[in-house]
Design a protein around this ligand. Structure first.
Ligand code: NDP
Length: 240
């Protein structure tokens, strides 16, 4: 039976590394992207995997795309909620639009995607859901009230859904990366990045592959007894 894995934000950065790793593990991977057609085409060319355009903030469209993936490719066994965005600013200057955009894309997207697949996983008595949160959801970050709240929300979401799903052999876990070399962190100024790196005991940023390896484990049969777990990968920057 083909094992299908869906990775949101799966054509760039951490998501792309996750898609490639799951493909290596034998999954038929379907990556979701939002609007960067160039990155999506490059991903298709490089990996031979499908990439589908979907705004994960749209509840009805998430339902429709999950249905279509199942009818076109087969049963989804793995869902990785990786799509994420930042729109930084201190709270006293933050617009309602910035708040909504970050909450919707990082957190409501998990509800939308999980809600679309969870009944099927429960009925089939198998599922692996991995949510990609952040170190900044664990410790808070100056200028990121919206992002820290959304990422902390993902941790609570994961634990609650793990409790609801455990008896149905559906595991739900969350990975909290520290600072990883992707387009997202390329947008941070060199000066700020250097000051961040000085706070990381390993004295370097992480690589997308280092997050993908954790997702690969959580999606595997070896991780059947791991659920509701929060796994940090941050070079020692924040220990919980
Ligand atoms: P990137 O900015 O490199 O990629 C973000 C991905 O999310 C893109 O594929 C993008 O699609 C997709 N995306 C954004 N909005 C939507 C949407 N509305 N619907 C569907 N897809 C969307 O991010 P990273 O690889 O750096 O980060 C991946 C995840 O890891 C995020 O959740 C991020 O918060 C988290 N993270 C990242 C860290 C880092 O240091 N990089 C640290 C901790 C956590 P498109 O390509 O079409 O724009």
């Amino acid at each position: 039976m083909t094992k299908v894995a869906v990775v949101t934000g799966g054509t760039r950065g951490i998501g792309k590394a996750i898609s490639k790793e799951l493909k290596n593990d034998g999954y038929l991977v379907v990556a979701i992207y939002h609007g960067n057609e160039e990155a999506a085409q490059k991903f298709r060319d490089e990996t031979g995997c499908s990439a589908i355009k979907l705004d994960v903030t749209d509840f009805a469209k998430c339902q429709a795309v999950i249905e279509k993936i199942e009818s076109d490719f087969g049963n989804i066994g793995v869902l990785v909620n990786n799509a994420g965005v930042t729109r930084d600013g201190v709270l006293h200057k933050m617009s309602e639009e910035s708040w909504d955009y970050v909450l919707q894309t990082n957190l409501t997207s998990c509800f939308n995607m999980c809600r679309a697949i969870i009944l099927k996983m429960r009925e089939r008595k198998f599922g692996r859901i991995v949510n990609i949160s952040s170190i900044n959801g664990q410790k808070g970050q100056f200028g990121q009230v919206n992002y820290s709240a959304a990422k902390a929300g993902m941790i609570g979401f994961t634990k609650a859904l793990a409790l609801e799903s455990a008896a149905k052999n559906v595991t739900v876990n969350v990975v909290c990366p520290g600072y990883i070399e992707t387009d997202m962190t390329a947008a941070i100024s060199k000066e700020v990045l250097n000051s961040i790196i000085r706070q990381i005991p390993e004295m370097r940023m992480g690589k997308p592959d280092e997050i993908a390896a954790i997702v690969s484990f959580l999606a595997s049969d070896k991780a059947a007894f791991v659920t509701g777990a929060t796994i940090s990968a941050n070079g020692g920057q924040y220990m919980v």
